[in-house]
Design a protein around this ligand. Structure first.
Ligand SMILES: Cc1ncc(COP(=O)(O)O)c(C=O)c1O
Length: 445
């Protein structure tokens, strides 16, 4: 029989777990533990209810522990735990792919499943390279990302990503990558609700990159329609359409990373719909299962898929995939989540709350140290002035105080706060969240 005192020791010992994207020593001195959740709240082990101001990590769009999703996962676990993802398939994976394709605009109709946003990015980059290869344009090997872009943590994702700390420790990354400039300018855009007027011309930088390298060497451009992780940077009006035009002119694939913007965050199934711009490949994750089971994927346009369907029929067309691609639990959670989004009209709800949300966020304008506020859909970014010689310290303290003093979870990137609650948030809760954030800001100044 297990020795109870040793079990207790193991439960309470924080040493073994190396937390991701977390200052481990600071965390372990004052842990923020979450033991349960329902709808818009987390519950701590000591029973506090904490408002979730970030939909998990931008993923629990339908709210936490929703009964239909929980029941679907439970049923699924009892019915089929796993089936091989290569050479065999589980019927619900086709159903989920069809449902996702139906939500995506135009002929974005072929869905490749994986298990996370990072895998979705690597998958899309590999499909783009292979697409040119199978069409006899194998010299198109360059990938173009954007400064301040976040595309997960695989080597592909950090190579096209534009966050220095995610790149500089990890060697030479992928060769042949270039970057567009970030679309953010505080001087021209401060305190804008929605898409800023200034900045569409920054898409023309792609022409400069094409002139430098030659279009025949460039495979794809990847951007987040709205950059989430670097502080909620909505695209300037017309910017994405301009990128699309330039990509078309030069035969370059356009990839949207919709890992955050997918499944309602901007008031539509995908940001591609909001902006009326159809990419060639669209990456999704997070909201597909409302965060309940890991899942990601890439939606390809039909011509991209068709380019691969040419060799002998017994031969594999794309040498890529994951053991857990289209895992039965993820498929079940995905289908239940899409049902909930539809039945509760959650994407439309996000759209109808957008202006109320923006107004609530802008009430923080004028507080000491607030340098900028950006909003789009149900997302807001708030830049705080950094402490001299201690960039990120004020942001970290804000996140700690929010959790311990205000019973609120928010996200930070340096000294920027991000607030993006589940799409079931009520008008009253929106007010409550920003009132809490206001008190936190005052406390850390
Ligand atoms: C835009 C974007 N792409 C990719 C990722 C990576 O997703 P994951 O953490 O599931 O690998 C994220 C995660 O936040 C993201 O925001």
């Amino acid at each position: 029989m297990a020795d109870i005192s040793s079990l207790a020791r193991q439960t309470n010992d924080l040493d073994a777990f190396w937390l991701p994207f977390t200052p481990n020593r600071a965390f372990k001195r004052a842990p923020r533990l979450i033991a349960g959740a329902k709808d818009l709240h987390y519950f701590t082990p000591d029973g506090r209810a904490v408002l979730d101001g970030l939909a998990g990590l931008w993923c629990t769009n339908a709210g936490h522990n929703r009964d239909p999703i929980v029941a679907a996962i439970q049923r699924q676990a009892a019915e089929l735990d796993y089936s091989p993802a290569f050479h065999f398939a589980y019927p619900k994976s086709f159903e989920l792919a069809s449902r996702v394709a139906a939500l995506a605009p135009a002929d974005l109709n072929r869905v490749f499943f994986c298990n996370s946003g990072s895998e979705a990015i690597d998958t899309a980059l590999k499909i783009a390279l292979a697409y040119h290869n199978v069409r006899g344009e194998g010299a198109r090997t360059r990938l173009i990302g954007r400064e301040r872009g976040y595309h997960g943590v695989g080597f592909g994702g950090i190579s096209v990503g534009g966050i220095v700390n995610n790149r500089k420790f990890f060697g030479t990354l992928l060769a042949g990558v270039d970057h567009l400039p970030a679309t953010y300018s505080r001087e021209h855009q401060a305190f804008t609700k929605g898409e800023p007027q200034w900045g569409a011309h920054l898409a023309d930088e792609l022409e400069r990159i094409v002139a430098l390298h030659g279009a025949s060497t460039i495979a794809a451009v990847i951007v987040e329609p709205m950059a989430g992780s670097t502080g909620v940077l909505p695209p300037p009006k017309g910017y994405l359409a301009r990128l699309r035009t330039i990509c078309d002119r030069h035969g370059i694939l356009l990839i949207f990373d919709e890992v955050i913007t997918g499944f309602g965050r901007l008031g539509h199934a995908f940001a591609a719909e909001r902006y009326g711009v159809t990419p060639d490949l669209l990456c999704f994750a997070k909201g597909i299962t409302s965060g309940a089971v890991p899942m990601g994927g890439v939606i390809a346009r039909e011509n991209v898929y068709d380019a691969f369907m040419r060799g002998p029929e017994h031969a594999i067309e794309l040498f890529h995939g994951y053991t857990y691609s289209a895992h039965p639990l993820a498929c079940a959670a995905g289908l239940a989540s899409l049902d909930l989004y539809r039945d509760e009209g959650l994407f439309e709800r996000a759209k109808s709350l957008e202006s109320r949300y923006a107004d609530a966020a802008m009430t923080l304008k004028g507080l000491p140290g607030v340098l900028d506020i950006r909003t789009v859909g149900l997302a807001a970014g708030v830049d705080l002035a950094s402490r001299p010689d201690a960039v990120g310290e004020r942001g970290y303290e804000a996140m700690e105080r929010a959790f311990h003093d205000e019973d609120l979870v928010i996200r930070i990137t340096g000294d920027t706060l991000a607030i993006a609650p589940p799409l079931i948030v009520s008008e009253g809760q929106i007010g409550e969240i920003f009132a809490k954030v206001g008190r936190v800001i005052r406390a850390v100044m």
